[in-house]
Write a protein of this length. Sequence first.
Lengths: 548, 548
Amino acid sequence: MTDSAHLPDKYDRDLGRVPANYTALSPLTFLARAAAVYPAHTAYIHGPRRATYAEFYARCRRLASTLAARGVGRSDTVAIMAPNVPAMLEAHYGVPMAGAVLCALNVRLDPAAIAFILDHGEAKALLTDREFSLIVKEALKLAKVRPLVIDIDDPVYDGPGERLGQVEYEALLAEGDPAFPLTLPDDEWQAIALNYTSGTTGDPKGVVFHHRGAYLNSLGNVLVWSLPPRPVYLWTLPMFHCNGWCFTWGLSVVAGTHVCLRKTTAEAVYAAIAEHGVTHFCGAPVVLNMLSNAPPEARRAGGRTIEVMTAGSAPPAAVIAAMEKLGFHVTHVYGLTETYGPAVVCAWHGEWDALPADRRAALKARQGVAYPVLEGLMVADPETLEPRPADGQTLGEVMMRGNITMKGYLKNPRSTEAAFTGGWFHTGDLGVIHPDGYIELKDRSKDIIISGGENISTIEVEGVLYQHPAVLEAAVVARPDSTWGETPCAFVTLKQGCEATTDREIMEFCRKNMAHFKAPKTVVFGPLPKTSTGKIVKYALRERAAAL
Amino acid sequence: MTDSAHLPDKYDRDLGRVPANYTALSPLTFLARAAAVYPAHTAYIHGPRRATYAEFYARCRRLASTLAARGVGRSDTVAIMAPNVPAMLEAHYGVPMAGAVLCALNVRLDPAAIAFILDHGEAKALLTDREFSLIVKEALKLAKVRPLVIDIDDPVYDGPGERLGQVEYEALLAEGDPAFPLTLPDDEWQAIALNYTSGTTGDPKGVVFHHRGAYLNSLGNVLVWSLPPRPVYLWTLPMFHCNGWCFTWGLSVVAGTHVCLRKTTAEAVYAAIAEHGVTHFCGAPVVLNMLSNAPPEARRAGGRTIEVMTAGSAPPAAVIAAMEKLGFHVTHVYGLTETYGPAVVCAWHGEWDALPADRRAALKARQGVAYPVLEGLMVADPETLEPRPADGQTLGEVMMRGNITMKGYLKNPRSTEAAFTGGWFHTGDLGVIHPDGYIELKDRSKDIIISGGENISTIEVEGVLYQHPAVLEAAVVARPDSTWGETPCAFVTLKQGCEATTDREIMEFCRKNMAHFKAPKTVVFGPLPKTSTGKIVKYALRERAAAL
């Protein structure tokens, strides 16, 4: 049944693709439809600003028309350095409407990294929020490319920073055409976005998304979350993180309202929930932790159940349990930049509702099963690709295949080939597969600790640490050891009022709750270094541990 | 920005399709996933029988393996004549798993029509339920093809009928391989199903569906209906209608439970609702009418709101209002066989909830807006394709384009081209577009009669009438009917000397020569109104029929 052996037959003849029966899949069509069906519905809220779907769509078309007028077209890269503001949302539509590719920059990067990305992606235009002008100015000095610079001077922002370019975003839009025709790509394989991975080793890699994948993962998110019509979605997750896990586009499928937020704080989140009737948001476990540890008087969830999607690092069961106690319903997903964000979901079983809370949280802490739009997921031997037995024990590498794995790494065929070896995308994450087919991550391959020849999952040790009543945040890394090779070293932030807790107490708590060889041999107190997406920067901790 | 002008650039080079990042879209993947994630969940209920998703999937694979073993493969047609039973569901997966194309036959067709379809589709196998053995036996005598005949001898059925083939369905499955590997098509454009329209002129046309469209419309249905995880879906809609509007496949996306029903009666529907906790079903307005007119003691909806999707002919506002009063929540959709079933939905606006019931029902009686997976919908001039003004007044032809319009008509390039003229699929339905962008049908293509959800070609009925020795001239039009929506009404001029012929004689003659549901329910004698060129003026007859 291969194509090579197949000659055209009755089901092929005169039954080809024509304009009436084929359109390239593109998430741009979702916005066109939302604007047609719900023109008066609020598309976004940003401080005192609101835009309807009709206005939102018109603004995106204005942006596309002005970019096109300036010569930005197919396969040109348009970078953006901005927090979760309307211009960022609009860029997700306006840039690909011009045929171009959006490169949303991580706002925490340093000038050298930004310069590298601008050069590597060959940025032709750059939209930049005034808040980041200091870094961007420096980056532009370092970069070889000379992009058209468009300043975003957000009225909601009153902090320091200067304008760097010749034109401000609103002035640009004012000269645009609100009826600029929506042109879809000829080919759904055409690039829509470029997202650089942080790359702990060497230069960052540019992950290329295409229209087809962005369309499908948008639908995937709506499906696995059973997103209702017209939800109110709060932007706690940075949009520069895998295009906000494709929710920048996916919200248009259900004509949802985006609630923008320049900065994610517990107060701002609870205020948005109370004022705008937020129904859904996404966030890394660190955001959940922040919310569940906010002082009681700050919490204004208001009795409604709010849906939270979390990923980014395995959420400790204790954090999930605390969130659910506060009235948040947590959906746990897992994915990578290479899979358009989440591609795996801990799909719930009704019968699990009857289990005790800690057991429920433990089940939910597993990463789970493939999205309906991801065709393959397995835990396998990294070399032979032999699937691991579904015993919940045997460690292997998590691998995926299907329509929501990236097009590849930009200008990096060697890395692309390595990532796709054997017909599967190699995630670099280590995990097990349980008898019920659910996968559970045990560690990044580079994070795993090997002590006296035994593998120790840092995620498992962290899970125990989070159960200690005094622990606010915890991260475990390998510390070189002359006897054992490596030993677990814990970095811990204590809750307010718990500062008297000693390292000995923590270690003993761990030894009581897990195999002794897995318990930390060192505990260090203090704040944890984090990325902009709330991920704890483990390589920095490893350096610290090595220097102890 | 056309491909012809586009040379490969940085976003194309080394970023092509490979097994890790591309899979043909196919609804078969939904079942594989449902069986992996919810193996123990009930996939279907049929009388006392139940199957879990693991069992359902294994049975489909058994079917595929036995078909493959008998030489049924890519682009072979497998026909099925059955009511809404498990074998019908399983054929929707097992047949395409073997690479073949499913042709579900309308069980109300007469032997000649079935013989035509078997021959035209070149059926290589035929699954046939014992209930229809009389008709199928006759059809097989008339047909030129000699398909492998597989009897479905459903234990739930205890009526008359004989086995026609060499092997019974369960015996066939018993010899199959429950682990037969799931092979997806090489190309998502590959055919998955063949559905014959009744055809207003001459022979029925075979509408070809491909895997891509079936995948996308399955998702479209889940999206527009906000189908929750694991719904309980009742099969009132025949699965032979556009593959049950793609719900045969779509239910697997959400691991829903199919409740099978051989015959749709008000009692059976209410019993299923009470016994199985049905949450959703689809049905033509005639089904809704039946349910709302059932005697009060038969109604056992049990206080829950049940979601109903309706289409097939414009549901009278009164029927919608009556249903909602009974606790059914109606979603109105519209589509054609050529669009995989529903492709347009009357998407609801929250603010409409505050309107009076009759106004709400009138809004809901409109066909609405495009599905998220349908990229184009318009009401336009049939010749110039100029869109009609959105005034709710100006009549035009409804046209669609995008990924859920058919591949084309089998072995009928002339009809395919005509249907796709100008880059749009011409529905043949007349309607208007309202100022809010919602379309409303005003007339079906001018001759077709829709009776109980079935299309009846007036030309076909007229053809039979003309065979009666006493008939001089005949014209058939729709007569409004409170039960069936419409019934065929014949206007007949008798030959001289035949004035003694009665309406009863004419009707009986028709019933003998065609499917009973197509036979006229009313016969009126007298001269026919004609244009100067001798054409019968049907609209005048429709008015007369409505006034009877």
